[in-house]
Write a protein that binds this ligand. Structure first.
Ligand code: PMP
Length: 344
């Protein structure tokens, strides 16, 4: 008798449809109901799988990409991993210009996935010829038949989330979602998801998470770019030193800023309290939820969805390293006693 084989055709078929899970412990003392969208369940372990697949397939559909062509991108790591994964399956070359702020784990992983990686200095201006934007642009000009994904300035980034993340959250909550809390880097996740959700129900509150040292919150409030807002910070993938056109500031109601230190401790707390191993920006998003709860943003009827963008395994040499935490001075303050207890 012929057996029916239950197999996916390749890794790409597993992208999207990530689970929504109820948060139980970390939100215990808050009013409202809290759910996390776990983007680490994507096969490339982050939300960036969605945009890599969508942008590459749109380029194929338009006849821009031919087999063997090169795909170029600037990335803090996650987008690079996703593009490398999609490139392998679809038969493209993958070249990535990454920030020196990216963890060594991430860079090694990109190389393991067959990508050619150029590491560029993190603390230079976007228009500096050494910046990862300029390096990627130059390579795109020099390599014939190359496509530059350009996630910060590509509307397809936002569209990927409009078409997938938004409808998934709407369906998973049966339309009951009242708040969305999401990190903003390129702004693709929050803008695309929010655009879809606001079309279904304009009363849904959309809250962006930004870093101290980033211009996004101030720009949202004033519509002016303020270079005084820019200074170095630790969190990768959150906030920006420029205004990405992939961000639709009109669908975001407010921004909350979180510190490097609080976000790091909250990432560790999510892992330990919910058994859900998440990355640094998931800690940032959850930290924003905590701050909002303290400010009285939620009530008993609130159904809050917070997006956890990636998996914790990418941060073993950072947030999940006690040595790294100590080097940052993150054990020096109120958290020191708790952390010393769990060392081994
Ligand atoms: N978290 C992480 C770890 C990321 O890499 C990114 C992307 N830069 C984000 C959050 C923010 O997502 P988006 O770019 O869609 O705003």
């Amino acid at each position: 008798m012929e057996q029916k084989i239950k197999a996916y055709n390749n890794m790409l078929e597993l992208i999207g449809n990530t689970p929504l899970i109820k948060l139980n412990t970390i939100t215990e003392s808050f009013e409202g109901n809290f759910y996390a969208k776990i983007e680490g369940f994507n096969p490339g372990h982050s939300s960036k799988d969605r945009i890599a697949l969508h942008i590459i397939e749109e380029a194929e559909r338009k006849g821009i990409l031919k087999p063997g062509d090169t795909i170029i991108e600037t990335t803090s790591g996650n987008t690079g991993f996703s593009i490398a994964m999609v490139s392998i399956i679809k038969g493209y070359e993958c070249i990535l210009a990454v920030s020196s702020k990216s963890s060594k784990d991430k860079i090694d992983m990109l190389r393991a996935m067959g990508a050619k990686v150029y590491v560029c200095p993190a603390h230079v201006k976007a228009d500096d010829p050494r910046s990862y934007y300029e390096v990627a642009k130059r390579m795109h000009q020099e390599i014939e038949g190359s496509v530059y994904i350009n996630q910060y300035f590509n509307e397809l980034n936002t569209n990927a989330h409009y078409r997938t993340t938004g409808p998934e959250i709407w369906n998973q909550t049966g339309g009951a979602v009242t708040h969305l809390v999401a990190c903003s880097g390129t702004g693709g996740t929050i803008s695309g998801t929010a655009r879809f959700l606001k079309e279904q129900n304009p009363d849904i509150r959309i809250i962006g998470v930004d870093a101290y040292g980033s211009v996004l919150k101030k720009y949202h409030e004033t519509r002016e770019f303020d270079p005084k807002e820019i200074y170095p910070y630790r969190i990768e993938g959150l906030g920006k030193n420029l205004i990405p056109t992939a961000t639709d500031f009109d669908v975001i109601d407010t921004f909350v800023k979180v510190t490097d230190e609080e976000a790091a401790h909250t990432a560790r707390e999510i892992s330990r309290s919910e058994g859900c191993f998440v990355g640094y920006t998931s800690g940032a998003a959850m930290q924003a939820v905590k701050q909002l709860a303290e400010e009285g943003e939620f009530d008993a009827n609130s159904k809050v969805v917070v997006i956890f963008p990636d998996h914790g395994s990418r941060y073993m040499s950072k947030v999940y390293s006690d040595d790294w935490m100590r080097e940052q001075g993150f054990f020096d303050t109120v958290h020191s006693e708790i952390e010393e207890d769990i060392q081994y």
